[in-house]
Write a protein that binds this ligand. Structure first.
Ligand code: C2E
Ligand code: MG
Ligand code: MG
Length: 634
């Protein structure tokens, strides 16, 4: 018996052990099954894009249901502050969660603080006697928590995302199965957190401008829509400020995109710092920013505009390339619940357009402005179709050589025959076409039409140079030299028979790029004339550097001859300047014989004006040419 009993005792122990093992195995199996079920649930929730807190709470509950009185938690790690924050702890008392929330991780900051700190598991089987729990011991005691096993939640590259932990109300070591459970749970938590982060990042990217980090156009419209809806309740107004950087394209084109990007980021930062906390600064696109300020008066909007201007006043100092001044023009619209976000933005844009045209820093949207904008839109729409409908034509105004009194060139001047508006002056539609970019198309048409006409005259035995006006926008088009070259090739016109006229102000405003375009045109053999000369402030030095053949004295000074002593002096100065630089001088807008005489005395070489010949159609111009006889290029 004793033997048997002895045997029995060992046997019993062995059996008990076996039963225990079997029990544990079954328990593990059960846990594994439940873990699997929890997995499924968690995955479903993730696919449904449930909030992260909800997903992880479900995970914790799934584990707790079959972990024998254990309490689970997931804490999130904030890498910036190096703290752990509460995320999911459905069974822990709030007072406990609040006690540990936001702790900075460290080797002695409980199991989770230590697990996150070391990036590995921290198993504390008796909180009462573990040095790592010193700071939180009383808190744990108050909530009858005696054991805490924590595993870091790691992303694919081993970075800590958070912790997963199980608490128990008595001192206890985890079984192998329980350890596995903790590890698997932390892995599942990692999947959920990483997925959530990717989604959050995607969402951020969809609503943020990647260059500046500001809200993008979509988020702007969203916020403005909300603000407008709020204003219905509060009765307050909302200011929409459209900001456009002056001549940003120039910075970009001449100094490079990298510097351009840098400027945009700096501008974004300054604008964002200039507004109140609740306001929105968004990047609308390119060099355009939009500021939305809630609950504001007209006076407040103007003060805001002043602040925005002030914010960009100081030059931008780049570590490598030095100082850059960036001006801005603002258009303001005040809106309330009666208008849509899109309409409010359009109004601010209209005000901006008007400010730019008027050359003023800020303009506020008004009803009158609205009507003008509508007219402009209509004009733009019709101008767009003018080319296809063949409503455009060129007239040719003769230019005479004062020495021989004969025609030596024609200036091609565009006319738009609009069925409703009649003959629209280029002074009216060229600026409109510049604004929309349509000028590039119109300009190309003018170039080809004039070149074809010049070629025809040459073929008829009366070769004559033809001058074509180029707008500032065309001058900035990097394709310009290629376009001119193609036009010459297509019409088989010799380059010496073509003059391009560029205005002095276009050159001055866009120094670097324009000079580059002119050099390329000169290399083709095309002549270059500086139009409306005297209205800008070209220096002798600058003129000498540009490949210019002729300057055209602005009509204004010719009109002042014999009347305004200043005009006389200016013409004398221009002629002297031209002589010094060996340039031809054409006087524009000669309307009287007296003016002609004075110009002759001044030493002007060429003249053009109503007194000598109006802009006329090709047939009339051709007749004039035949009358004067054939001439080569002057
Ligand atoms: P612009 O290049 O300075 O052209 C001279 C303007 O003065 C023309 O006006 C011409 O008709 C006008 N004019 C000529 N002689 C006299 C005169 O004795 N008295 C007066 N009062 N005016 C005279 P237009 O044709 O209305 O053109 C205005 C401006 O539009 C042009 O100034 C030019 O800058 C622009 N433009 C005309 N055609 C084109 C074109 O094909 N492309 C571009 N980009 N601009 C053009
Ligand atoms: Mg001209
Ligand atoms: Mg002119």
């Amino acid at each position: 018996m004793g033997d048997a009993a002895g045997h029995g005792a060992t046997g019993n122990r062995r059996q008990a052990l076996l039963i225990n093992q079997e029990h544990a195995r079954l328990l593990d199996l059960g846990r594994a099954q439940h873990l699997l079920a929890a997995h499924h649930e968690v995955h479903e929730l993730m696919l449904a894009e449930a909030p992260l807190g909800e997903v992880l709470t479900r995970l914790v509950r799934g584990i707790e249901r079959h972990a024998d009185g254990m309490i689970g938690t997931v804490l999130l790690f904030d890498a910036e502050t190096r703290t752990l924050g509460h995320c999911a702890a459905p069974s822990l008392p709030r007072s406990y969660v609040e006690g540990i929330d936001g702790s900075v991780v460290g080797p002695e900051v409980g199991s989770c603080g230590a697990a996150a700190y070391h990036g590995r598991e921290v198993i504390v089987d008796d909180i009462e006697h573990d040095p790592r729990w010193r700071a939180f011991r009383q808190l744990a005691r108050d909530h009858s928590l005696r054991a805490c096993w924590s595993a870091p939640v790691l992303d694919a590259s081993g970075e800590v995302l958070g912790t997963f932990a199980l608490y128990y109300d008595a001192p206890r070591k985890p079984s192998a199965g329980e350890l596995r459970l903790i590890r698997q749970s932390s892995r599942l938590a990692a999947v959920a957190i990483e997925r959530h982060r990717v989604h959050a990042e995607l969402k951020r990217l969809a609503t943020r401008d990647t260059l500046t980090g500001l809200p993008n156009r979509a988020l702007l419209v969203d916020r403005l829509t909300q603000a407008l809806a709020r204003s219905q309740r509060t009765g307050s107004e909302i200011a929409v400020v459209f900001c456009d950087l002056d001549d940003f394209k120039l910075v970009n084109d001449s100094l490079g995109h990298e510097l351009g990007d840098w400027v945009l980021r700096e501008v974004a930062g300054r604008l964002a710092a200039a507004v109140r906390p609740g306001d929105t600064v968004a990047r609308f696109g390119g060099d355009e920013f939009v500021v939305v300020a809630d609950g504001i008066t007209a006076g407040g909007a103007l003060r805001l505009a002043q602040r925005l201007h002030g914010a960009l006043d100081a030059p931008f100092v780049h570590p490598a390339s030095g100082e850059h001044a960036v001006g801005t023009t603002l258009g303001i619209a005040l809106a309330d619940a009666g208008v849509s976000a899109e309409e409010a933005i359009r109004r601010a844009d209209n005000a901006l357009y008007d400010a730019k045209r008027a050359g003023v820093p800020t303009r506020v949207y008004s009803h009158e402005l609205h009507q003008r904008a509508n007219e402009r839109l209509k004009l733009h729409g019709e101008l767009r179709r003018a080319l296809a409908r063949e409503q455009l034509r060129l007239l040719y105004q003769p230019v005479f050589d004062l020495a021989s009194d004969r025609v030596v060139a024609f200036e091609a001047l565009m006319r738009w025959d609009n069925p409703q508006l009649g003959s629209v002056s280029p002074a009216r539609f060229i600026p409109a076409a510049e604004q929309t970019g349509l000028i590039v198309e119109l300009g190309e048409w003018a170039l080809r039409t004039a070149a074809a006409q010049a070629r025809r005259w040459a073929e008829q035995g009366t070769p004559v140079t033809v001058a074509v006006n180029l707008s500032a926008r065309q001058l900035l088009d990097p394709e310009l030299p290629a376009r001119v070259e193609r036009a010459l090739a297509a019409t088989e016109l010799s380059a010496e028979l073509l003059i391009v006229e560029v205005t002095e102000t276009a050159l001055l405003d866009h120094d670097v790029l324009a000079a580059r375009s002119l050099a390329a045109l000169a290399a083709l053999g095309v002549h270059i004339a500086l139009d409306d000369f005297g209205t800008g402030y070209s220096s002798f030095g600058r003129l000498r550097r540009l490949p210019i053949d002729a300057i055209k004295i602005d009509r204004e000074f010719v009109a002042g001859l014999g009347v305004d002593p200043d005009a006389n002096a200016i013409v004398t100065a221009i002629v002297g300047l031209a002589r010094g630089l060996d340039l031809l001088v054409t006087a524009e807008g000669v309307e009287t014989p007296e003016q002609l005489e004075l110009l002759r005395e001044q030493g002007v070489t060429h003249v053009q004006g109503f007194h000598l010949g109006r802009p006329q159609d090709p047939a009339a111009a051709g007749a004039l040419l035949r009358r004067d006889g054939a001439h080569g290029p002057s």
